[in-house]
Ligand binder design. Structure first.
Ligand code: HEC
Length: 253
């Protein structure tokens, strides 16, 4: 083989290798690096240990993705049959910051241009997410997601124990309901009963409060699977409020 042919032979081997890796990347969800090597698949399971943020004070004016946005996306959209690591409907995975940024069509500072924002606010019932029969996200949830995008869609992390917490004046309607709607409702409603449990009504929550599973799961007590399932723990203040509400008899106040 002449030097010239050798050159082309190696070029074609190289392209075959490249195309194989492109093909592989489509089938196993890996991406190609700048040098053409196959990058490992995005790790959608690990959550950064909370100690890396110890002492970082949370600012009340900042939307913290992990505390405020991710629970809404995970509970309403990132369930195992929809947009989780295994079932990425339409390629959208809403599992952690990395996958949301890679697959959610996020355009920082431009909610109207952002794919997931367009879908949660879509007027057409056929197009909107979560699709019927699931409820639309609440106005407050939509505002949180819009504010996060308007602040640059960053992953600002902080230590939730620095959030001022007034668990003494906890109320069912002002504290517990919005919290459960954001972080739990998507997996525990009339259509999706993970573990056979609905957390829709006062009675549902009172039952879980009195049998110990509400505090047990959110505080990650021994013998309970920590909730919200597959996410980082709730902010410390939310756990304190739930605990205070339960200890005071789980009133409908
Ligand atoms: C992404 C889906 C998802 C979200 C969000 C979620 N759960 Fe769950 N939940 C599950 C699954 C799955 C199980 C069953 C876990 C198991 O047994 O392995 C479960 C089980 C439970 C149980 C029964 C546990 C027991 O030991 O009796 C309770 C109570 C519960 N969840 C409460 C909550 C609360 C409170 C929240 C919100 C803070 C929440 N869940 C958020 C998926 C979810």
């Amino acid at each position: 083989m002449s030097l010239f042919n050798k050159f082309f032979f190696s070029i074609s081997l190289f392209s075959i290798a490249t195309w194989c890796s492109v093909f592989l990347s489509c089938t196993n969800d890996s991406a190609l690096g700048d040098d053409g090597t196959v990058l490992p698949p995005v790790d959608t399971t690990t959550v950064e240990p909370p100690d890396t943020i110890a002492g970082i004070v949370c600012s009340p004016d900042t939307i913290h993705f992990e505390w405020e946005v991710l629970p809404i996306l995970k509970s309403s959209c990132g369930r195992r049959d929809c947009h989780d690591a295994g079932a990425a409907s339409s390629g959208v995975k809403l599992v952690n910051y990395q996958t949301v940024m890679l697959t959610g069509g996020i355009k920082p500072f431009m909610p109207e241009e952002t794919r997931i924002y367009k879908q949660i606010t879509h007027d057409d019932e056929e197009e909107r997410m979560p699709p019927p029969p699931y409820d639309r996200l609440t106005e407050r949830q939509v505002q949180i997601i819009a504010a996060w995008i308007n602040q640059g869609a960053q992953n600002i992390r902080c230590d939730s124990s620095t959030i001022p917490c007034d668990a003494d004046s906890v109320s069912f309607s002002a504290d517990i309901v919005p919290l459960v709607k954001d972080a739990c409702y998507g997996c525990h409603n009339q259509y999706v009963h993970e573990s056979g449990i609905e957390l829709l009504t006062y009675d549902d929550l009172k039952t879980a409060a009195l049998n110990g599973s509400l505090v047990g799961t959110v505080a990650g007590e021994t013998g309970y699977v920590r909730m919200p399932f597959g996410s980082i723990p709730l902010p410390a203040c939310h756990v304190e409020k739930i605990r205070a509400w339960v200890e005071r008899g789980a009133l409908e106040n």
